[in-house]
Write a protein that binds this ligand. Structure first.
Ligand code: 5GP
Length: 117
């Protein structure tokens, strides 16, 4: 699936549509999920146009590292680092990916079940 420059997350990154932004760097944006599945549900997105994990290139290694560092910083900022949180990346239909701009879900604020559904 080719990257859709008019997709929702592309527009949020360009600040063309609003989102509750919780963290931003030159390369990463994090904002609240519009349909939260937990008391805390943040989406962390690399600003580069990549549809899914399948579409990552070797030269995305740096920015994907920065996505994880953003998760670390947000967890500390929201004071959930000690209690815990879950990071999820859905890829394609079996995982239920709906938005084809790679994103990490950060879920927290309740006890998570394992295995996930
Ligand atoms: P996926 O299923 O692709 O892993 O997750 C997409 C997520 O994006 C869903 O949790 C959904 O609630 C969220 N989402 C969809 N549209 C919007 C939107 O316009 N704004 C925000 N903040 N989140 C959205």
């Amino acid at each position: 699936m080719p990257y859709d420059d008019n997709g929702i997350f592309a527009k949020i990154i360009r600040k063309e549509i609003p989102a509750k932004i919780v963290h931003e760097t030159d390369t990463v944006l994090a904002f609240e999920d519009i349909n939260a599945k937990a008391p805390i549900h943040i989406l962390i997105v690399p600003k580069v146009p990549v549809e899914s994990v399948n579409d990552l290139q070797d030269d995305h290694a740096q920015i994907m590292g920065e996505v994880l560092l953003a998760a670390r910083d947000i967890a500390k900022q929201l004071n959930i680092d000690e209690k815990g949180y879950r990071l999820v990346i859905n890829t394609n239909s079996d995982a239920g990916q709906e938005i084809f701009h790679l994103h990490v879900h950060l879920l927290a604020g309740r006890k998570m079940t394992w295995p996930p559904g």
